[in-house]
Write a protein that binds this ligand. Structure first.
Ligand SMILES: Nc1ncnc2c1ncn2[C@@H]1O[C@H](COP(=O)(O)OP(=O)(O)O)[C@@H](O)[C@H]1O
Ligand SMILES: Nc1ccn([C@H]2C[C@H](O)[C@@H](COP(=O)(O)OP(=O)(O)O)O2)c(=O)n1
Length: 235
């Protein structure tokens, strides 16, 4: 079976990471979390003491980022210079700082180069059970990193749904205080990130999937239905 590349973009809390990972698992494909790369780059700059407002220094630092990122959806790992940072990159300090690194255009060039290489590797190597290929998700995968992907999906959800999901994720509750505490992580970050990537409106040929009124399972099934419709391939 030929390689299959599925690209998924969307704003924070739309469900990109969890839904893409589960879809990859069911399709037997690799899974690339490009947001984790921007988070790992941010962790590395902070760890090595590079001030995030020094654009040139940040760019130099990220070009040397010793990142080892797994693409098995059942066992994702993010290791930098021998340290497993999979949990550390989800902490609020990284979520608050990551847009400063992700809006650095030289950083984007470097990480996009690595993302294209990871996608190309999975397009030629047989790694998972049903064949070859990858589900890659982020903010600019359908438009810039892999605009020629076989399947391109923009996963959206209402602001209310996204805030509630992130609040449950981070604070274990979606009451008023928990939702208010996630505003910076979701709304401010999306506003900053959308200055360098267009992920609120689908580009030509990109299928929009609105998950506001779908639960997790329904969203995964909707992604698989789009893949089946576009490619004729079932999970
Ligand atoms: N359709 C959905 N309905 C309800 N919760 C969802 C849905 N999709 C994802 N989630 C949950 O919402 C949270 C945020 O999802 P995540 O995949 O991290 O989003 P993103 O990568 O877009 O920021 C997670 O706890 C996830 O399990
Ligand atoms: N392809 C990508 C992926 C992520 N980013 C940026 C946008 C986000 O602020 C950070 C982290 O992305 P991530 O997908 O982990 O963010 P959330 O799951 O929405 O919290 O990286 C990007 O600019 N381009």
């Amino acid at each position: 079976m030929s390689a299959l590349v599925v690209a998924v973009d969307g704003p924070s809390g739309s469900g990109k990471s969890s839904v893409s990972r589960e879809a990859a698992r069911r399709l037997g494909l690799a899974y690339l979390d490009t947001g984790a790369m921007y988070r790992a780059a941010t962790w590395w700059c902070l760890h090595t003491g590079v001030p995030l407002d020094d654009q040139a220094a940040v760019a130099r630092c990220v070009r040397e980022l010793p990142l080892d990122q797994g693409v098995d959806p059942d066992a994702p790992h993010v290791v930098v210079a021998g340290t497993d940072i999979a949990d550390a990159i989800r902490e609020t300090a990284i979520s608050a700082a990551v847009s400063a690194v992700a809006t650095n255009l030289a950083v984007r060039d470097e990480l996009r180069r690595r993302q294209r290489a990871a996608i190309a590797t999975q397009s030629v190597a047989t790694s998972f059970s049903h064949g070859r290929g990858i589900v890659a998700e982020g903010r600019d995968i359908t438009t810039v990193v892999a605009p020629d992907a076989d399947v391109r999906i923009l996963l959206t959800a209402s602001q209310e749904a996204r805030l509630a999901r992130r609040a449950r994720d981070v604070h274990g509750s979606d009451d008023e205080a928990a939702v208010a505490a996630t505003h910076d992580q979701v709304l401010r970050r999306d506003a900053d990130d959308s200055t360098v990537a267009q992920f609120h409106v689908a580009a030509d040929g990109v299928v929009t999937l609105d998950s506001s009124d779908l639960d997790f399972e329904e969203t995964v099934e909707a992604v698989l239905a789009i893949v089946a419709q576009v490619t004729g391939r079932d999970a």
